[in-house]
Design a protein around this ligand. Structure first.
Ligand SMILES: Nc1ncnc2c1ncn2[C@@H]1O[C@H](COP(=O)(O)OP(=O)(O)OP(=O)(O)O)[C@@H](O)[C@H]1O
Ligand SMILES: [Mg+2]
Length: 393
């Protein structure tokens, strides 16, 4: 019986809001628990994780690389950079990227001859042994191959199916593995494919990509829990844009989506903005997290990561919002009905719509029920502790 996959995907409407930072820190924190942890860099045309972190490339002696086999060793981070440079400039030596997996489609679709994630997984120098990173190549040379996949809807089924195959290979024989997927900014294309996969795989019954079926058997048999983090800045225009995308997600699926307000500066973190944002968001998604703008979170500048890892604990340690192994609700039937009614009321408010904002008392009641429903803090204390929006005029 195959084991279990616990996936976290990060998305955003706008770029530069902190997805990759949070993805790296979340993967590190999760990997320290000792489980196999995969950090999947889906920013195929943006900044590669191989450029952002001291990664050690898997070493394959064969030429051309045989990505159906596990690597024999790992290069040093410095040697990996040199090899990556050579590959980017088309001068021979080879290091594998996630692109090789995504684009590798053998005509007979023989899983035995498919590229394996182990063959592509890079180690993080000084990082936990249980962590492997699948970095994107993200070079101008790869754009010609990648762009049609990202932009042409005719290919999106292929892309989503290829991601399903990737996940199927990450299902452990027993126990659980963690997969963190860092999607490119924008809610279209590849990011949409990941979101679609998240909603299909974590729902009950699990939905197939195509009416003809075709989900890899190993994935179909595994249990899958999925958390979708929609990352936004605290800027009102970004919150509004994000809110519009959340609006497109069906009610039953919004329970999977968590909002992360990242890089919150002093102005944006003012009580009213936060309370308003949480009021609007709570009606629409499962949780709201707040991460401040903090120099310790600039992990790509070379600062040590340990302090930063602890700063994402409130996100990482929250349980899955929709899990196939359903647990009995800790709320009574009346409390569940009260929660549903409060959420429906929140749903009618929109950002900046202060006159119709509910009272601080009902917001607190909602937060309390939400927290108990999940047997874990549902909203970052930074938000819950703020006073709610003022009552109407
Ligand atoms: N909470 C934070 N405090 C301070 N700096 C941050 C924080 N989060 C991210 N940054 C910095 O902001 C920049 C963008 O972050 P990051 O690359 O993680 O965003 P992203 O959403 O992945 O961007 P992209 O859309 O381009 O992939 C980086 O320089 C990062 O160090
Ligand atoms: Mg990024």
């Amino acid at each position: 019986m195959p084991g279990r996959l616990e996936c976290i995907s990060l998305h955003s409407v706008k770029g530069g809001v902190g997805k990759t930072t949070l993805a790296v820190l979340a993967a590190l924190r999760l990997a320290r628990r000792g489980r196999p942890t995969w950090l999947v860099d889906l920013d195929l045309l943006g900044t590669s994780l191989a450029d952002a972190l001291p990664l050690e490339a898997p070493l394959h002696p064969e030429r051309p690389l045989d990505l159906t086999r596990a690597p024999v060793d790992y290069l040093s981070a410095g040697a990996s950079q040199r090899e990556a440079f050579r590959r980017a400039h088309g001068i021979g030596a080879n290091v594998p990227y996630l692109d090789d997996f995504i684009l590798h489609a053998n005509p007979s679709w023989d899983p035995e001859r498919d590229a394996r994630p182990e063959a592509i997984g890079w180690r993080l120098a000084g990082g936990p042994e249980s962590l492997r990173v699948l970095p994107a190549q993200a070079t101008p040379a790869s754009a010609g191959l990648i762009l049609p996949l990202l932009r042409d809807d005719g290919h999106s089924g292929f892309l989503e199916s290829r991601l399903e195959w990737l996940l199927s290979y990450l299902v452990p024989d027993e126990g659980a593995a963690t997969v963190v997927l860092d999607a490119p900014s924008g809610m279209h294309g590849l990011s949409r494919a990941v979101l679609s996969m998240a909603l299909r795989l974590s729902g009950t019954p699990r939905q197939e990509l195509s009416a003809d079926g075709g989900m890899p058997a190993r994935l179909a048999d595994a249990s899958v829990a999925w958390r979708t983090l929609l990352v936004t800045s605290g800027d009102i225009q970004d919150l509004r844009a994000t809110d519009r995308w959340i609006d497109l997600i069906e009610d039953r699926d919004r329970a999977v989506v968590e909002l992360v307000m990242c890089r919150l500066g002093r102005a944006a973190a003012s009580a009213i903005d936060l309370a308003n944002a949480s009021i609007a968001a709570l009606g629409r998604c499962a949780r709201v997290h707040a991460i401040p703008e903090d120099p310790r979170l600039r992990i790509f500048a070379g600062e040590p990561l340990a302090a930063a890892e602890a700063m994402v604990a409130s996100i990482v340690d929250a349980p899955a919002t929709r899990d196939q192994d359903a647990r009995p609700s800790p709320l009574t039937a009346e409390e569940r009905e009260e929660l549903r009614a409060l959420k429906a009321r929140m749903d009618r408010c929109s950002l900046g719509d202060r006159p119709t904002s509910p009272s601080a008392k009902s917001l607190r009641r909602l937060l309390d029920l939400e927290a108990r429903a999940r047997a874990a803090p549902s909203v970052a204390p930074a938000i819950a502790a703020k006073p709610a929006a003022p009552a109407g005029p």
